[in-house]
Design a protein around this ligand. Structure first.
Ligand SMILES: Nc1nc2c(ncn2[C@@H]2O[C@H](COP(=O)(O)OP(=O)(O)OP(=O)(O)O)[C@@H](O)[C@H]2O)c(=O)[nH]1
Ligand SMILES: [Mg+2]
Ligand SMILES: [Zn+2]
Length: 334
């Protein structure tokens, strides 16, 4: 830490003077572009910041040492240029991380210090699979971030997709997950999702082209974030948003929302096979009743989870996604 020069006004004498004050301040990271971070100080001042030297955070090998949502300590570098040095990162309350698409062994912290995450899914243009949704929900459970699934582009749904939505809604409601049907074209569901954001820090994620940035633009018309071409979904997955960015919500109760670049896959991090069922809330309730305490709920006798699938307390599609995820977890890495 270093001291910095500041202008101080003495109330008693009315004299302005130059003083050296202890400069370490707290700030929140709003955007990360790699080497530079956009931060906002406690007084709401926006600045650009860099990391001072190399510092290791917790014991995570992440491809991004500092993530959007992080609370950091800074030293002012230049008042005139509005730049600062990040000297420390404060402990994260929680975070969402995923496998780095480039290096399977590395983690990428999507965002930290979240109150909730909204997964944007679409049943058309593009199609979001239940497997993708469940992987996201498993991570949200593992990192203690409440999740809501928003099914966007409802205006494009024909009876086939509407039936699919109704089935998914029932399946998720039974396990305690809220779903919302939304359309940026008709405004259906927009007010409901907006209300869910008030006074919270919310992460928006999902595939490219599901309408994350369009939704933020609808609630802050002045922002005009870049969205995909008006021709809509081209089938190519254009990845219009390239960096995660947080925005202060213009709502009476405040709140923040984080837009993220779309992702193709959601690779799980740090979840041993043995623990996977703990993150399926409907299974977690039953696992103490399994005959073997290391039951993976596949072939073991006396398995309460398999009994649950047979008697209908566990939805078959959720069990199928469990088995698929289980198979994708590399046993050797644990
Ligand atoms: N029909 C329809 N189109 C929508 C809706 N919401 C968004 N779109 C269109 O879908 C396209 C993609 O929207 P974006 O907001 O750029 O999607 P994104 O999730 O931010 O995508 P990335 O930034 O690539 O991750 C745009 O052309 C939007 O106009 C909707 O409710 N209905
Ligand atoms: Mg976007
Ligand atoms: Zn079992």
């Amino acid at each position: 830490m270093r001291n910095t020069r500041a202008t101080v006004w003495n109330r008693d004498t009315g004299i302005l003077r130059i003083a050296y004050i202890y400069a370490s301040m707290k700030a929140i990271v709003y955007r990360s572009t790699g080497s530079w971070y956009n931060i906002k100080t406690g007084t709401g001042k926006a600045m650009s910041a860099r990391i001072k030297g190399v510092f290791k955070i917790d014991d995570i090998t992440s491809t991004n040492p500092i993530a959007v949502g992080d609370e950091v300590e800074i030293d002012i570098e230049s008042e005139s240029a509005n730049t600062a040095m990040i000297t420390a990162i404060l402990p994260r309350r929680n975070y969402i991380n995923r496998q780095s698409p480039a290096h399977k062994k590395h983690h990428h912290i999507v965002a930290s210090n979240l109150d909730q995450s909204l997964l944007f899914a679409t049943l058309r243009d593009p199609k979001t699979s239940q497997g993708f949704i469940d992987r996201f929900l498993v991570t949200s459970e593992a990192y203690h971030v409440p999740a809501i699934v928003v099914f966007n582009k409802a205006d494009l749904y024909k009876s086939k997709e509407l039936e699919k939505y109704a089935a998914l809604k029932d399946m998720y409601a039974a396990i305690g997950y809220r779903t919302v049907l939304m359309s940026m074209k008709t405004n259906e569901g927009v007010a409901e999702v907006k209300e869910a954001l008030e006074n919270k820090t919310s992460l928006l994620s999902g595939h490219s082209g599901v309408g994350k940035s369009s939704f933020i633009n609808a609630i802050f018309p002045e922002l005009q974030l870049k969205t995909q071409d008006v021709s809509g979904w081209s089938g190519k997955g254009m990845h219009t948003t390239t960096f995660a960015e947080m925005f202060d919500l213009p709502l009476a109760g405040g709140g923040k929302v984080i837009d993220t670049p779309g992702m193709r896959e959601f690779g799980l991090v740090d979840i041993p096979r043995q623990e996977l069922s703990h993150y399926y809330p409907e299974m977690a309730k039953l696992i103490t009743e399994c005959q073997f305490n290391n039951c993976l709920h596949i072939n073991e006798p006396g398995c309460a989870v398999k009994d649950g699938v047979i008697n209908g307390t566990i939805h078959e599609d959720r069990y199928v996604s469990y088995v698929n995820i289980l198979e994708s977890i590399d046993e050797k890495s644990y």
